[in-house]
Design a binder for this molecule. Structure first.
Ligand code: S3P
Length: 176
């Protein structure tokens, strides 16, 4: 399969952007890039280290710079964004204006809370939240603010109850 537009996966932390992007790439011989991995490689630091040593504003500036670089280079067929990428620095306008097929992977609050509670240590924005109830409250409010951006994606798919395999198939079907 060869698809001419770049596929962009966006959505909240823990929505499966990276797993789905990787799966589609591997099974369809398409090149895949994870924006967080790209940033880590270029900055030679983990995302948590970037937040800790340079701060969030520096991270958002670099995230914007590397997003533009990847979109201009057109090297990759699939790109998964960080959860916050669409919400800063006019990034969503870039994503809408380019020749891109963007997908918002929408996951319900319960599922996000369950998943993220076990993975919060590599996510600087939620590392310090102690209880599941507090995390749920944080996600509810954060998602409310962020959905304004996520909803501007070309395609929105509810993926709460689906496997990576199924979600990938659904994305590819939408592109036919
Ligand atoms: C962030 C999400 C993370 C990463 C950074 C900030 C966010 O990516 O970019 O920790 O603002 O939601 P994932 O969505 O891949 O966890």
């Amino acid at each position: 399969m060869k698809h001419s537009n770049m596929i962009i996966l966006l959505g909240y932390m823990g929505s499966g952007k990276s797993s789905v992007g990787q799966f589609i790439g591997q099974n369809n011989n398409l090149s895949y890039c994870d924006l967080d991995d790209y940033i880590q490689e270029k900055e030679d630091m983990s995302i948590s280290e970037v937040f800790q040593t340079r701060g969030e504003i520096y991270f958002r500036t670099k995230e914007h710079q590397y997003l533009k670089e990847i979109l201009n280079d057109k090297t990759y067929d699939i790109l998964s964004l960080g959860g916050g990428t669409p919400c800063y620095a006019g990034n969503m306008d870039l994503i809408k204006n380019e020749n891109l097929d963007s997908f918002y992977l929408k996951v319900d609050l319960e599922k996000l809370t369950e998943r993220l509670f076990n993975q919060k240590n590599d996510r600087p924005l939620i590392t310090a939240i102690k209880s599941k109830a507090a995390l749920k409250d944080f996600i509810r409010k954060h998602l409310f603010e962020r959905e304004f951006y996520y909803r501007q994606a070309k395609h929105i798919i509810n993926v709460s109850n689906f496997s990576v395999d199924k979600i990938s198939g659904h994305i590819l079907n939408q592109l036919k």
